[in-house]
Design a binder for this molecule. Sequence first.
Ligand code: XMP
Length: 507
Amino acid sequence: NVLILDFGSQYTQLIARRVRELNIYSEIKPYNNPPKDLSTYKAVILSGSPFSVRSEDVPHPDLSEIKGKKPLLGICYGAQYLSHFNGGSVAPSATREYGRANLSYVKESDNFLKGIDEGSQVWMSHSDTIKELPDGAVRLASTHDVENAAFRIEGEKTFGIQFHPEVYHTKDGKKLLENFLVNIAGLEQDWTPDAFVETTIKELQEKIGDDKVILGLSGGVDSSVAAMLLHKAIGSHLHCIFVNNGLLRKNEFESVLDQYKHMGLNVKGVDASARFLDALKGESDPETKRKIIGRVFIEVFDNEAHQVENAKWLAQGTIYPDRIESVSASGGPSAVIKSHHNVGGLPDYMKLKVVEPLHLLFKDEVRRVGRNLDMDSTILGRHPFPGPGLGIRILGDITAEKVSILQEVDAIFIDGLKKWGLYDKVWQAGAMLLPVNSVGVMGDERTYEKCVALRAVESTDGMTADWVNLPYEFLQKTSNDIINKVKGVNRVVYDISSKPPATIEWE
Ligand code: XMP
């Protein structure tokens, strides 16, 4: 197991991801709240950071139980940190160093740079530079502008590198991480979906015993895979609840419920559409709509959960990026906060213990686990869909009529993407019903009807996204179909904004 101490770099999640790609298990912890028990970690990586070691309130965790005792790799800020607090010196660079550089001097030490040649491209992103190495250090690599691009402290398995091995543009970055983790730290590369499924099922059985667990299914990848793992572990003691909030896609409630039943899950579908629509009546503020939907969901879920006698656990499909974001939101180092990703759990009065079998995985790993569990690709490949559903895609207030218009439009768009083989090339797609009427002529009549916007984006994590260049012929056909088939819509536009600044959802 590898510990990644996070100093708030935008790349920290990428480090974890690269480590997982090497089939090694890793955990990210904030520098200001490191784990008390370090015994299970065989290596430690210090991330980069927006901080400078020269500033006054520099993050300064105690590494006395780590440095010199465990293999330790400092990346960027991590390397500067190791220098600054161990007799070296760090100063502002003459020029800020961002982007491409090439290694100009490579010295081998314990296979740290094995297989990495002079000239190898690395990626820099820093404005401070290491002027003098820490006590007992030897230089292992330079670039044209950075003399101390890599170093090692002799007599210890402590290494520092100024460049970022975790980014794709550092050509041999993964090799370097492998050299450090496998050759130097001696970690096994046995973190595979197979091993994950086997150990997780065993752990769940030990943890839960004969207790009953309830889980809210959403139709999405994460909750479905979490349910399947628990199902394998505890069978009928898992009680799944799938709530129809009336804001799902067309036919989604029935078809997904059916699919879950076929998977053998013990699932109860609860149609609370009317209750949600009623609570939302007349409300047009996006955040208030979110709050109402969240509150009613909890009421409905709580009510259903009470029907399961002796339920002791609440299972959630929380995945790693959700957790990192909640760490940030509660005072961790990273500046990025997206509170709406976290379902936020249930109120204290439910008194349930929480179990989150996927909390260490990234989305693609969740899909790998799902495939390993033989789950259907229509579930595993499903686009992300927000918890408040069409409620935040109908701009302004929500009515049953608007929901049904948007469901039709969305279905034509999504089915079209599938038919044209485009669905899997898009990270997320959907339609928005705009609070705008515009003039049209249909036959000989003047119309004054609704406008819808289509949005399709590519992304890896939803944090940044770009619009997808869908074929004109596809857009033409889709627009035609929507206007001809959906009564009340006479205009279709395609959203060509990237995120940032335009978020994926319009509300
Ligand atoms: P934005 O709109 O912030 O969305 O670019 C990024 C990702 O998050 C989803 N999203 C939500 N998911 N509750 C959710 O569960 C929400 O309130 C919510 N708002 C946005 C969005 O669909 C995209 O995948």
